[in-house]
Design a protein around this ligand. Structure first.
Ligand code: PMP
Length: 442
């Protein structure tokens, strides 16, 4: 944790050099961070030495795995919760519960922040997701419901409710029933936290009407107070929630711009909800229209075809196989087969797309851990494959800079992506040869 803190809040402009021959000493901000949410964002940008040296173009990774919840999703979860609080949809320490359908990262981020802010969480996820994510969620006190891995995004399925639909329905049901059962002003036993009282006291609207106040004003104040004390269910809905885009437009994008002093030529990311690529891409383009924005699209996702041909379909459809809503890959967190608010926002900024196979992503992750000592998750590996492709396609040379996202760490993926036995059984080769060939291509 102290190492993590060391990296937080440091400013690029505050780099000083120590004794000759020593590594630069970086002065940290003296600021004491306000709880776990203070650790979110301001992630370091790291040069991927192996790829940068081989390509002659700087490949920089934004180390989002250093967020306290372990992924890029901390930013989004924080923004969704705080926006909901501002809109009066959530009040802390009232027994309110946040619901989300997710493959894991967003759930862990929501559960982390919920603990610190006085909420409960219910995370609904497909049952084939790496088990370490479930363990992390349970440690954070989240209720985890696992459903058949039909789809996390398919709204049309009626009989087998997807995680997405189930999360929405349960949030609604929670709001409808919890507020009937629980007496007003009671604090949930889970949240008998000293801060709860403090917070509640300070946020209570005074309802005693003065003789001059009309009945209407009094009633609306009472309603407001009632609302503040009612437990509510909140469906975070990262796919359709604009706070997702905003977290990146006002966080990730400006950070990259500041860290590179505006010297950035391309941004590459995968899209799960599309929030990262939409928000970051749109911010970078607003600063410099020439920044190329490209996506890394894994096997089974339809986004590549949407970008290239205007239609969202998986290549297996053209091979006569039935369309699947599920994105069928060992890469977790990216790939999508339906248009969402955040994907639509992303489509307006995406210049290019690269399809990445499981074998390529696996090969990249092994190559990077061996050469750079960076132990990365599957979507980060996918992103790096797309970075190489982009540089080679554009024929870029020294002086150009590509920034990508290192979304989460390999430690979230021991049971699948970093499990050689599992991969071999699934017919996916585990070696660095594919990337080595890619890099030596004329
Ligand atoms: N990588 C991982 C590990 C993720 O969990 C996600 C989010 N699903 C992404 C990448 C993609 O981010 P976004 O949802 O912003 O497109």
């Amino acid at each position: 944790a102290s190492l993590l803190r060391y990296h937080r809040g440091r400013q690029q402009s505050e780099v000083e050099f120590g004794d000759a021959g020593m590594r630069p000493i970086e002065i940290r901000s003296d600021e004491i961070l306000d709880g776990v949410t203070g650790l979110i964002g301001n992630t370091p940008l790291v040069r991927i030495n192996s790829l940068s040296d081989a390509l002659g173009v700087e490949i920089l990774g934004k180390a989002e795995y250093m967020n306290p919840g372990g992924s890029v999703k901390d930013r989004v979860a924080l923004r969704m919760i705080e926006d909901a609080e501002q809109q009066g949809l959530l009040y802390p320490y009232t027994g309110s519960r946040i619901f989300e359908g997710t493959v894991g990262s967003t759930g862990i981020s929501l559960a982390t922040i919920a603990r610190a802010k006085g909420y409960d969480t219910t995370i609904i996820m497909p049952d084939d997701v790496a088990t370490e994510k479930v363990k992390a969620l349970e440690a954070l006190g989240a209720e985890v419901q696992r459903v058949r891995p039909a789809s996390i995004v398919d709204k049309k399925q009626v009989r087998c409710l997807s995680s997405y639909n189930l999360a929405r329905e349960r949030a609604l049901h929670f709001t409808n029933t919890a507020s009937d059962k629980l007496p007003l002003k009671s604090l949930s036993s889970n949240h008998a936290h000293p801060h709860a009282l403090k917070h509640t006291n300070s946020s209570v609207v005074v309802t005693t009407a003065t003789p001059h106040e009309s009945k209407d004003v009094k009633e609306s104040l009472e309603e407001e107070e009632e609302l503040q004390h009612k437990p509510r269910g909140f469906f975070a809905d990262q796919f359709e929630n604009r706070s997702n885009f905003d977290a990146h437009f006002s966080g990730t994008g400006p950070e990259i711009w500041r860290q590179t002093n505006g010297n950035v030529h391309a941004f590459v990311a995968g899209a799960g909800t599309g929030g990262t690529v939409a928000g970051t891409g749109q911010f970078l383009k607003s600063m410099d229209d020439d920044v190329v924005v490209a996506i890394a699209d894994p096997d089974g996702s339809g986004l590549y075809n949407k970008v290239k041909h205007g239609v969202m379909y998986d290549r297996r459809e053209s091979e006569g196989r039935k369309r699947r809503h599920q994105v069928d890959t060992v890469v977790e967190g990216i790939g999508i087969n339906r248009l969402t608010v955040n994907i639509s926002l992303a489509l307006s900024v995406i210049d290019d797309a690269f399809r990445v196979t499981d074998a390529e992503a696996v090969s990249m992750s092994r190559f990077i851990v061996q050469r750079d000592g960076l132990f990365l998750g599957s979507s980060s590996a996918c992103n790096l494959v797309a970075c190489v492709r982009l540089v080679q396609k554009l024929g870029w040379a020294a002086g150009e800079r590509v920034v990508t996202i290192l979304c989460d760490s390999g430690s979230r993926h021991y049971s699948k992506f970093w499990n050689d036995e599992y991969l071999v059984k699934a017919g996916i080769p585990v070696d660095t040869g594919i990337v080595q060939d890619m890099l030596t291509r004329p």
